[in-house]
Ligand binder design. Structure first.
Ligand SMILES: NC(=O)c1ccc[n+]([C@@H]2O[C@H](COP(=O)([O-])OP(=O)(O)OC[C@H]3O[C@@H](n4cnc5c(N)ncnc54)[C@H](OP(=O)(O)O)[C@@H]3O)[C@@H](O)[C@H]2O)c1
Length: 282
């Protein structure tokens, strides 16, 4: 008896994840019989989950905080992007091989290309604020496109470790260096959690930012952060973080369910409405 394909998103906690809404929309839209389930897995339960992985029949899934690095030893193969980022967000079968990839950098870049077409024309330098998971994805995506990336983080040691890990073209800096880095930047990315609901705002002076620079926030609740609002008011092109979430999901869905889904305006509106309903004012 064949069962319909089941995929998952695992994390701890997980109940706020919007991935089920996103993949559920595509399953409906393409008339695919299958499911995408939310799994709250505590760190101590991870080994047990993978021990029974084959017999449970999962076709794959997404991995989120705090398991993105912890799942790596349980997989047969780590794909190059996941290896470079030291984190897996997508698990899938490649034949009989259980593989782990990371599509966050792809999602970040597709969002930028989609929302700010032509942003890269003449661009050579990016400043990425933060040195956590989102910063890792943004910095990897940008360095892969040949940009020089300056990572600026409150905890400079973390910026140094990330820059060292990513290698050529990526440098690390303390917050004190921000003002002079902004003067040379063609792209500014907020990849900290600052500006997100229930977090302090990101307070930086945008006046030194190079004219014509694009400003991008990975935060998507609220959709328009204070950073984006101020950047827009100063005449910069801005990109919010929602599209990164939408685009990172495309590759996983296609590997699990065999259809490459489209990121449409209708899908984006669905998620925007959900964000606004759950976080009034966002
Ligand atoms: N759009 C998307 O698809 C997407 C994907 C992933 C994440 N995100 C969003 O990206 C944000 C970051 O997520 P993450 O997974 O990268 O988190 P993370 O790994 O915990 O990293 C958080 C980063 O924010 C910095 N930070 C936190 N509080 C700060 C403060 N008070 N002052 C200065 N810096 C501070 C941290 O600096 P220290 O190193 O000094 O602590 C660190 O660099 C979250 O809002 C998340 O929702 C969006």
């Amino acid at each position: 008896m064949s069962r319909s394909p089941r995929a998952f998103v695992m994390g701890h906690p997980i109940k706020h994840s919007r991935s089920p809404m996103l993949h559920g929309y595509w399953l409906d839209h393409y008339g695919i019989e299958g499911s995408y389930e939310m799994l709250d897995i505590a760190p101590e339960a991870l080994a047990g989950f993978f021990a029974s992985y084959r017999e449970t029949g999962w076709i794959g899934g997404n991995v989120t905080v705090p398991h993105k690095s912890a799942v790596m030893p349980f997989l047969d193969r780590i794909d190059p992007a996941a290896e470079a980022m030291g984190a897996v967000n997508t698990v899938y079968w490649d034949g009989d091989v259980l593989a782990g990839d990371n599509t966050d950098a792809l999602g970040f870049m597709h969002n930028l290309d989609d929302r700010a077409p032509g942003w890269q024309t003449g661009a050579s330098r990016a400043v990425v604020l933060g040195a956590g998971g989102a910063a890792r994805a943004a910095a990897y995506g940008l360095m892969s496109r040949g940009l020089d990336v300056a990572i600026v983080n409150r905890t400079e040691a973390k910026a140094q470790a990330l820059a060292q890990h990513l290698g050529r073209g990526v440098s690390s800096h303390s917050l004190d260096a921000l003002s002079s880095l902004l003067g040379e930047a063609d792209l500014l990315v907020n990849a900290t959690s600052l500006g997100m609901v229930h977090q302090p705002p990101l307070q930086i002076d945008l006046s030194p930012l190079k004219a014509g620079a694009t400003v991008c926030d990975v935060v998507y609740v609220p959709l328009e952060t204070d950073l984006l609002r101020s950047a827009k008011a100063r005449g910069h092109r801005t990109v919010d973080g929602l599209g990164m979430l939408l685009h990172q999901a495309v590759v996983g869905f296609s590997r699990w369910f065999g259809v490459t889904p489209e990121v449409t305006g209708e899908l984006r509106t669905l998620l925007e409405e959900d964000i606004r309903a759950k976080s009034p004012g966002a």
